[in-house]
Design a protein around this ligand. Sequence first.
Ligand SMILES: [Zn+2]
Ligand SMILES: [Zn+2]
Length: 449
Amino acid sequence: MRRLQDDNFCSLNFFAIKPVKKEKYFIIYCLLKYYGVIGKMDKAHTDLKKERGDVMSTEKIKELAEKYYPEVVELRHYFHMYPELAFEEVKTAAKVAETLERLGIEVQTGVAKTGVVGLIRGGKPGKTVLLRADMDALKVQETADVPYKSKVPGVMHSCGHDGHTAGLLGAAMVLNDMKEELPGNVKLVFQPAEEEDGGALPMIEEGVMENPKVDAAFGCHLWGNLLEGKLQFKKGSLMASPDAFDITIIGKGGHAAMPHLSIDPVVMAAQVIDQTQAVVSRRKSPLAPAVVSFTMVHGGDAYNVIPNEVKLAGTIRTIDHQTRKWIPEAMEAVVKGVTEAGGGSYEFSVKKRFPPLINDDEMTDVAIDSAEKIVGRDNITVSKEPNMGGEDFAYFAQEVPSCYFFVGIAKSEDEPVSHHHPEFQWNDRNMILSMEALAQVAVDYLNRD
Ligand SMILES: [Zn+2]
Ligand SMILES: [Zn+2]
């Protein structure tokens, strides 16, 4: 095995060792090459070097993560005490920028209003990997009794984005110390407004995927349904597209005792609601998950008056692009048919929100392998079920091969932690896993052949 450490042994350069006996060595080389021995030795040599490099990088990541952990906890407590709503993350962005600048990392601020982008340039040329955190809080009054309780009335980090922001800063500290060995760059994206209109798309529109061009993206969410110490992954569709629809059924108002003299929008609205359920249950493949929920029905304001119109609205949740496109088309066909048959007319519109979040299979494998180095195979779960919630990391995943994963914060299976709840709280220590996993996946992605 010692000889495998000698680079010359496995290459043509070994002719230089004893030039006098060139012919003899050439015959031996040809024979070894013919029987595939040289190839195997080269591969064994590369594998050995890679394995040794992997162990070293994981040890270094863990050591650095522990070194920076106290500072990351302080940052998290600061973000938690001063939570800010979507596109108002001014103090948060300033703290992020200040921290990155102090580390000597290139910083760009004011991207999509309050977004911040950091760039760690590796010591060697290579690809660029993007790591993303979201920074916004929610309109929730904190009731949890923690020493770092929110100081802003009615606003709270009740989804864990304080931990995402601090955790990514922690990963930045680790990676910045390893930058000379990195074959490529790490782009650190701190985005605004995940909880509302989404900050990912405007950041992309303002060029976050360029200069240098991003090749892959990774991100994670602290997750209340997953046990502490565990990391969860899923290939393919992970989260739904939370689109919204508005329908106006237009009839002709009149006396409720003489319906034949009016065109009743209430009856047409009832048929639309009923027939739309058949779009989901009868016309769509049962293997393509989707939900259509009518959540608002408004029409009429008297016992004896047929109204002119009825307004309907609700949400369409899908997890693949094809079903997402097809369901509104099928719904509009129902509305058109019902109103035509009833003598009325309609207006129909869909507000497209985030696309479905679809993980790339290969990047998910890369992330699982990296996670295994951090927590071991027993602490990794691979889920088969998507989640019908939405997440605007989906926009990054549409641009480049990506993987979004979950980091556990639940203390026991019987006590899942509810996100968006006034009592939402979790142990700081869980951030060490997100720091290590994000740093490891960035190192591994950039070192891929
Ligand atoms: Zn949330
Ligand atoms: Zn969230």
